[in-house]
Design a protein around this ligand. Structure first.
Ligand SMILES: *Cc1c(COP(=O)(O)O)cnc(C)c1O
Length: 352
């Protein structure tokens, strides 16, 4: 029996998200997934695993609301920000009819989630400096319910101009939600748009513990929005999205000490990023290191160098962006420990 015939048509045609882990590789320097380079230590304090967890763990909600500067009813906690990306589509988009809009090059999961759910996608490429093409968005807004904008943007590392985000919110008014994916906002906290929530009922902000909080393995993320949006998301989320140990550790990570530790990590990584940028810029094979407001660098190499594969074979695993729109000869490199950054520099020096 050909099981594939039973699979939904749109799922038959899907290519799974090319996550760093799925692409594989063998090595000891992993700089391809924008993870924090050192594992934090936690101990479980909850031993009540015979019971179902709280649907929305109160301590996590209280602490994240305080950290983000919002009210607890403006927040939903999910199994990573990736789940929140999809919850929005499930709550707001009619399959086959409504569309989402996003602006490549950007994070790949907006497309994957939409295609999985049978929701149409519209893409409006960013301008040459990786900013929003507002005119193009305006012309494509028919049937669009959700507009996903990532700032700082993955994979390019730049911030989206805040006046443009305001203009986008005005374009989308009474038509669509504007979702600002702030997965990397801890590296440029002054650029968050969270304080705009009172002015824009259709603004949604996505956050995660996977990047600056060093907890990619925990799977914990958030959507922040005004109460009517949050209530719609509550209707479609799984009954128990966070396992008890996940909520336990998330609450610890969001304690005063936890937040202070995160802020120290950010200072260190931002310093490391500056040093790494300088060293990269001294290398002849490097054409450009783009300014980064996140924990990774977008680096353009001379076109005739096979940098990605040469480093891959040495066990240094980076993220090749070459096949993405406008990303020819660009490699995305996560900021690792000092030793890891030095390993990258040494390996690059051997390429002539
Ligand atoms: C890593 C990342 C996410 C996903 O975060 P999780 O909480 O790990 O699911 C979402 N958006 C962007 C832009 C990311 O880079």
């Amino acid at each position: 029996m050909d099981i594939n015939k039973l699979v939904r048509k749109n799922v038959q045609q899907l290519t799974p998200y090319q996550s760093a882990r799925r692409i594989g590789g063998q090595g000891d320097v992993w700089l391809n997934a924008n993870e924090y380079p050192v594992a934090p230590h936690f101990e479980l304090s909850e031993q009540t695993l015979n019971r179902y967890p709280e649907p929305q763990p109160e301590k996590v909600i209280q602490r994240y609301a305080q950290y983000a500067g919002v009210q607890p009813d403006q927040l939903i906690v999910s199994r990573g920000a990736d789940e929140a990306i999809e919850l929005l589509m499930r709550a707001f988009c009619e399959p086959q009819h409504d569309s989402i809009l996003y602006c490549p090059p950007t994070y790949g999961m907006y497309q994957v989630s939409a295609e999985t759910l049978g929701i149409k996608t519209k893409t409006v490429l960013t301008t040459s400096d990786w900013q929003l093409d507002l005119e193009g968005i305006k012309q494509n807004i028919d049937t669009v319910k959700l507009i996903y904008v990532c700032s700082p943007n993955n994979p390019t590392g730049n911030l989206i101009d805040s006046d443009d985000i305001k203009a986008l919110l005005n374009i989308a008014k009474d038509r669509a939600l504007v979702i600002i994916d702030e997965a990397y906002i801890e590296f440029s906290p002054e650029s968050s748009v969270v304080s705009w929530l009172n002015d824009y009922p259709h603004l949604v902000i996505l956050r995660t513990l996977s990047k600056a909080f060093a907890l990619a393995g925990l799977r914990c993320g958030f959507a922040i929005a005004n109460k009517p949006v949050i209530e719609a998301l509550q209707k479609v989320i799984a009954p128990y999205p966070l396992a008890t140990p996940v909520a336990d550790i998330a609450a610890q990570a969001l304690s005063k000490d936890g937040v202070n530790t995160m802020k120290l990590h950010v200072v260190n990584l931002n310093n490391q990023k500056e040093k790494f940028t300088k060293l990269l810029r001294q290398l002849p094979i490097v054409e450009k290191v783009y300014p980064s407001y996140s924990n990774y660098l977008c680096v353009k190499f001379q076109h005739d160098k096979d940098v990605f594969n040469i480093l891959w074979r040495q066990g240094i695993i980076l993220r090749d962006q070459s096949s993405s729109i406008g990303q020819q000869n660009i490699i995305r490199i996560t900021i690792g420990t000092q030793a890891e950054c030095e390993a990258v520099i040494s390996a690059l020096k051997t390429i002539k």
